[in-house]
Design a protein around this ligand. Structure first.
Ligand code: NAP
Length: 304
């Protein structure tokens, strides 16, 4: 399949592109930087340079593909509304390209947008937040509209994606700990974060492209929920910094733009996804990767 991938040089994209190529697909990757383009060429992909928000260029680049995987997103938590509304337009544009055909469009969302109907772990079939409740709901709303119109859209929702170098939002917790000199978790720290190793997530994107059902929502969840207290302790161990509980009303002061995410329980299930796509995640867990990352940082600082 000729697969157009946005965000091809990003964290997710840089694992997804080789995964697709190894499976025999031809990848056309959208990216902005010279470094990204060079990495994509090295991986064996064709490169299209450009901004995902240049919708005319995006449409033209996506037109000749047999399938699309959209992972690009501008992660500016302080301007999340603008980024999310831009994403809505990008999804509408890519949707217009595949509409009326059986070409799949795989859209990337997050398990953090799903709220459990039962108050427990968020399932693939649970409702998502609207964009009024949380701006990134725009990604899901744009996907819903395309699904309703009959387009072959598949939504892959990511939990915390990690390897031993990057931890997505958890990297921001590490940065905050380094800046403040201590690690915080909120209240008893029992609120959880779900996780997946980046290589497992890449495999799931490929399966969603190849065999995902039109209109399906899949959760790339390998670990349903790791308590934020454990995450904080792993960060504290690695950085040799004290770990403290803070009350919920102090979360904004410590965590700033990610205060809400640091406070709520985000546990999510991937059981339906595993069963439907025969997906078997096998990568290391979040705490293992966090500890491995810390060891390297410590040994670097020990040398200086
Ligand atoms: N990582 C996680 O833990 C996680 C969790 C939940 C959901 N997600 C979602 O998964 C997707 C992939 O995340 P990621 O971790 O791979 O993020 P990432 O490393 O920040 O990659 C995002 C990619 O989007 C590209 N991009 C951003 N704005 C663009 C623009 N205007 N034009 C063209 N490209 C643009 C970036 O290009 P440049 O390289 O040029 O900057 C980058 O390659 C995103 O939708 C993200 O919100 C990720």
């Amino acid at each position: 399949m000729r697969v157009f991938v946005t965000g091809a040089a990003g964290f997710m994209g840089s694992f997804l592109v080789p995964q697709l190529i190894q499976a025999g697909h031809h990848v056309v990757g959208l990216c902005r930087s010279d470094a990204g383009a060079e990495a994509l060429v090295r991986a064996g992909a064709e490169v299209v340079r450009g901004d995902v928000n240049d919708l005319y260029h995006l449409r033209t680049a996506a037109q000749s593909s047999d399938g699309i995987i959209h992972t690009a997103f501008h992660h500016d938590f302080a301007n999340i509304k603008q980024s999310s509304e831009n994403d809505r337009k990008v999804i509408e544009t890519l949707g217009a390209v595949v509409k009326g055909s059986d070409r799949p469009l795989v859209v990337t969302s997050g398990t953090g947008l799903v709220r459990s109907k039962s108050g427990g772990i968020a399932l693939e079939t649970d409702p998502h937040l609207t964009s009024d409740e949380f701006p990134r709901g725009a990604t899901e709303e744009a996907s819903d509209a395309l699904i309703d119109s009959g387009a072959h859209v598949v939504v892959v929702r990511l939990p915390q994606v990690h390897d031993d170098q990057k931890q997505g939002r958890i990297s921001l917790h590490v940065d905050l700990a380094l800046k403040k000199g201590w690690v915080a978790y909120v209240a008893d720290g029992a609120n959880r974060v779900p996780a997946v190793h980046v290589s497992d997530a890449a495999q799931l994107f490929r399966l969603a492209l190849e065999r995902g059902e039109a209109g399906a929502h899949y959760h790339a969840v390998a670990e349903e929920g790791i308590a934020m207290r454990e995450v904080a302790e792993a960060i504290g161990d690695g950085l040799r910094l004290p770990v403290k509980s803070i009350p919920p009303d102090a979360a904004l002061e410590y965590f700033g733009a990610i205060a809400q995410l640091a406070t709520i329980d985000l546990a999510a299930s991937g059981a339906f996804t595993r069963q439907k796509l025969a997906w078997i995640p096998s990568g290391p867990g979040l705490l293992t990767d966090l500890r491995n990352m810390r060891h390297r940082e410590n040994s670097r600082s020990d040398r200086t």
